[in-house]
Design a protein around this ligand. Structure first.
Ligand code: GYE
Length: 330
């Protein structure tokens, strides 16, 4: 009995001492944790490029908010080139001054290696705008829209626009095919379009641009004019389609209903002119949320892995459209 008791006491004592011998877990966050302030952050921001109104508003949000908060921003324009964006990411990993990296990913894949290197270098990574396919433990959080929900909203709105029309043929102008915005908007639209018998009879990338949106629509119109609606995955491609319809002698917004995504200033101008029927909002003013998340992560806080943006839908038949337009920030 005595030996058993001795053994029990010995085990208890070892169990108490053991944890104190373990190497301390690395402290989460930056060296300034838990008292980091915005002035302690040096943010390397990898922007996709400058492809349109949404992107201009997103870039302005990061530059203006950095000034307001007093943090240092190092801006990198990837010029819509994935190789350049990855090179820029590596540049920020090597830069001893940069302690936070923010990524607006051109493509969903190919980020695991640089994310692991950034983590090993003790740098906070926040994904903004577009989600990526990578292990969630490699970044603090993703701040961006629910693009699939934008696609579902687009299909619901297109069903309303085509109500009463004999045909339900819709043409889809797709963004950069590797991007989460393009993939998810297309998927969301297809989830809900069946509710009213919509058929996507043509679908092709126009790479988010007015020029390509016009070129693709022109080529389709040379093949057929049997189309009742156009779903443009961003406003610029929708504006290009409008130009093509006009040059083919059709009345956009009437003969063919047009819906686009973003809700930028160009879309409101086109709705006021009666050319565009609906724009589904995608909020580009993400910098305040991104910087707040970066500061929390710098101080060692664990964040939810996705903070979705709240967004609306705007229609050309809104009697208050001019007032709404006047109140827009972008
Ligand atoms: O819809 C488009 C831009 O990633 C949500 O990228 C953004 C998209 C936006 O080129 O206009």
């Amino acid at each position: 009995m005595f030996r058993f008791k001795t053994l029990v006491v010995l085990i208890a004592v070892v169990a108490m001492i053991l944890p104190a011998c373990q190497p301390a877990a690395p402290k989460a966050g930056l060296k300034c944790a838990p008292n980091c302030e915005y002035k302690d952050l040096v943010v390397g921001f990898l922007q996709t490029g400058s492809e349109g109104g949404w992107r201009a508003a997103n870039t302005a949000s990061f530059k203006e908010t950095a000034d307001q908060l007093g943090l240092k921003l190092k801006f990198y324009d990837s010029q819509n080139d994935l190789a350049k964006q990855v090179a820029g990411f590596n540049q920020f990993i090597q830069d001893p001054e940069v302690n936070v990296i923010v990524l607006a990913a051109l493509e969903t894949t190919g980020w695991e290696d640089v994310l692991k290197q950034a983590k090993d270098a003790g740098k906070i990574v926040v994904i903004e705008d577009r989600r990526i396919d990578a292990s969630e433990d490699l970044y603090a959080t993703y701040i961006g829209s629910d693009f699939a929900e934008e696609g579902r909203k687009s299909a619901d709105e297109m069903c309303k626009l085509l109500e009463g029309m004999e045909g339900k043929n819709v043409w889809e102008l797709v963004g950069n095919v590797g991007s989460s915005a393009a993939k998810d908007r297309g998927q969301g639209f297809r989830e809900k379009m069946g509710a009213c018998g919509i058929e996507v009879t043509k679908s092709q990338t126009a790479n988010w641009s007015i020029t390509e949106g016009k070129q693709v629509t022109e080529a389709w119109l040379k093949e057929t004019q049997d189309v009742q609606g156009i779903f443009a995955q961003n406003d610029e491609m929708g504006l290009g389609a409008i130009e093509a319809l006009k040059e083919a002698g059709l009345t956009p917004g009437v003969d063919v209903k047009i819906l686009s995504v973003d809700a930028t200033a160009g879309a409101f101008k086109a709705m006021l002119a009666g050319d565009l029927n609906v724009t589904v909002e995608c909020n580009p003013l993400l910098a305040p949320q991104v910087y707040e998340a970066a500061l929390k992560a710098a101080n060692g806080e664990t964040l939810p892995k996705w903070v979705p943006s709240q967004e609306g839908v705007f229609r050309s038949d809104d009697p208050n459209l001019q007032t709404v337009t006047d109140g827009r920030k972008y």
